[in-house]
Design a binder for this molecule. Structure first.
Ligand code: NAP
Length: 301
């Protein structure tokens, strides 16, 4: 029987694993992909985690995982498909049919990239449509690309891509940008960057790879890559009807991580909260593990 099943292997899940192991609990971390590491692994550079400015995101995620592993957390590759509570025990069915039993669950599955939802996007994903400039940008050296979005991710991506691509179109649906003014100013000074706002992408064109995009006014832009940076969505599909979610789909819990179901905790970006950063994810993981340990002590009485 697992004391603490942690679903998700990003900073929240791995921090929870470290704290739960230090409370002498047996811990299994369910990771969707071997060495998944979460969104932090997509960051070229993390400048705001204390004590390690400029660290590469993948290296940071790997260091977190090594730490949890060295402290005795078990790692299991798999994806949860169903979660039920039977008495005091959680029964988790994985996509491959394997069943796990746990006395507590810390849900730290994070958030996934939102899609534009336009014709051609899904079919050309991985063939010119990308959701991670840091991961895929190098494939578009000296090529023409478009970036969709108006938040910090889109602005940072456009700036990053402008260093290697021959041309970058930044396409945002409104005139006003959510992202930092300073980055926008830098982009406006770049000769190879064109900002189109307001402009709406209606279609991604291409047979086996992206050849261009079509805007809602009917105009076409020739490009080999489209980087979609339009925000994130919580990974809570399997929690519907299991725990209370807010109207945008995030799990409702205060900083203890306690959800509407006793013994089921949440940590990281998937929790309804104001600031989603590596440092807040790590803090959430610590809290959830401490309160999971307290809950288990209560069960043993
Ligand atoms: P975000 O702030 O939620 O911005 C998403 C952008 O995509 C918005 O401009 C939004 O347009 C647009 N959008 C959403 N759905 C769309 C759709 N269906 N079609 C077209 N456009 C759509 O997401 P983010 O940029 O990923 O940032 C997430 C959080 O991380 C933010 O808090 C951000 O500040 C932080 N972050 C910080 C940094 C940094 O500090 N350097 C870097 C990256 C991210 P509207 O504006 O019209 O809603």
């Amino acid at each position: 029987m697992i004391d603490v099943l942690i679903i998700g292997s990003g900073p929240a899940g791995l921090s929870a694993a470290i704290y739960a192991r230090r409370a002498n609990l047996n811990v299994t971390v369910l990771e969707k992909l071997y060495m998944g590491l979460g969104q932090v692994a997509e960051s070229r550079q993390v400048d705001n985690y204390l004590g390690m400015p400029g660290m590469n995101g993948y290296d940071m995620g790997e260091a977190f995982r090594r730490h949890a592993n060295d402290f005795g957390a078990e790692f299991l590759e798999g994806e949860a498909a169903e979660i039920k509570k039977e008495g005091d025990i959680f029964c988790i069915v994985l996509k491959d049919g394997e069943r796990l039993s746990a006395r507590t669950v810390i849900y730290a599955a994070g958030a996934a990239h939102r899609h534009l939802g336009v014709v051609g996007e899904d079919v050309l994903a991985g063939r010119g449509v990308s959701y991670c400039a840091v991961c895929d940008g190098a494939f578009y050296r000296k090529k023409i690309v478009a970036v969709a979005g108006g938040g910090d991710t889109a602005l940072d991506d456009a700036l990053y891509l402008s260093e290697m691509c021959s041309k970058v179109y930044l396409i945002h649906r409104r005139e006003e940008f959510r992202g930092a003014k300073a980055t926008l100013l830098k982009l406006r000074e770049k000769e190879n960057v064109t900002i189109l706002a307001p402009a709406v992408i209606n279609k991604v064109k291409g047979e086996n790879k992206v050849s261009g995009i079509v805007l809602s006014d009917g105009s076409e832009i020739e490009c080999q890559g489209l980087f979609v940076a339009v925000g994130m969505e919580p990974q809570t599909e399997l929690l519907k009807g299991v725990v209370t979610l807010d109207k945008t789909g995030y799990v409702v819990a205060d900083e203890t991580g306690k959800t509407s179901v006793d013994g089921f905790f949440v940590a990281g970006d998937v929790r309804a909260k104001a600031l989603r950063q590596v440092v807040t994810a790590a803090a959430d993981g610590a809290n959830a593990a401490v309160f999971a340990a307290e809950y288990l002590r209560g069960l043993a009485l």
